[in-house]
Each structure stands twice: as structure tokens, then as C-alpha cells.
Design a protein around this ligand. Structure first.
Ligand SMILES: [Zn+2]
Length: 147
């Protein structure tokens, strides 16, 4: 549908929706479905303690701060390593993979309740000229998912 402004071809390009979350920095108060929180309480939906550490003495505050501080660098490394893995799985050098395809990224950064940054990302294969260019035959959804 050209009225929607998206070229017909892009929709057929292999794409992966991924969520990249921080590791645990220690248990926090939460609402795990129908079960009570690990503290034994069933917290209200708007309880102010949600997302705060169960044990402030052992919570890795430094790790949590460093994670957020380095989130954009971690994302940058993720894209570097992903391209490397794609080339490896395609049996190509990184240069050859880059000449034959383009990996496009769209991402949104959000804060989880515990204050840690996480990313929602759409990662798509295009041809070397971009969104209007079909990706090569080796650039499959399976390969991208695996990478
Ligand atoms: Zn709790």
C-alpha cells in the first residue's frame, strides 16, 4: 500500500524484533503474576517500592549505574558483533557481507521499573543500496535470528 509510505519491498525483508535487557543487579520488589513478591507481600500496581531492591545492602548499585552509563556503547558493540556473526554465518568476510547487504537498526530505549535501560530493536536485512534494494539470497530470517 503506497499510501502508507513504506515501499512494498521493505515489508518482505527479513527482520527480527529483539529486546535487550540488563542482567540482574539483585532482586527487586515486583509483581510476579498471581504469586506474592519475594518479600511476601502482594504489592499494589502503583506501590512505590516496586522496582526497588529487596536488600539495599547487597544490591549492585554500581553495576546498575554503569549499565545505564554505558548503554549506548553496549548497543554499539552489539551492532559490531552482530555484523561479525552475520558474516561468519554467511561464510563471507565482513567486507563481502557489507558489500552485498545492509543491516538496518531501529531502536527505542526505555527504563524498566528497576531503573535499568533496555532496548527494543528492529533489525532488518536490506540490499547494499538500502531499504529499496532487495537483500541477497543468503540474508535470511534464520541467519539473522541465529546471529
Ligand atoms: Zn516486595
Amino acid at each position: 500500500d503506497p499510501a502508507k509510505g513504506t515501499p512494498e519491498t521493505i515489508r518482505d525483508h527479513p527482520r527480527v524484533f529483539a529486546t535487550l535487557t540488563a542482567p540482574s543487579f539483585g532482586p527487586v520488589h515486583n509483581r510476579p503474576g498471581n504469586r506474592p513478591c519475594r518479600c511476601g507481600t502482594r504489592h499494589a500496581e502503583d506501590a512505590p517500592e516496586l522496582g526497588t531492591p529487596l536488600d539495599p545492602d547487597t544490591y549492585d548499585y554500581a553495576g546498575a549505574v554503569l549499565w545505564n552509563n554505558h548503554a549506548s556503547e553496549l548497543w554499539r558493540y552489539f551492532t559490531i558483533y552482530l555484523r561479525r556473526e552475520i558474516a561468519k554465518r554467511a561464510g563471507l568476510t565482513q567486507k563481502a557481507a557489507r558489500e552485498q547487504s545492509r543491516v538496518s537498526f531501529g531502536k527505542v530505549a526505555e527504563y524498566q521499573k528497576r531503573g535499568a535501560v533496555h532496548f527494543h530493536a528492529v533489525i532488518r536485512f536490506d540490499g547494499p543500496a538500502g531499504p529499496d534494494d532487495p537483500p541477497p539470497a543468503w540474508a535470511t530470517l534464520d541467519l539473522l535470528t541465529d546471529a
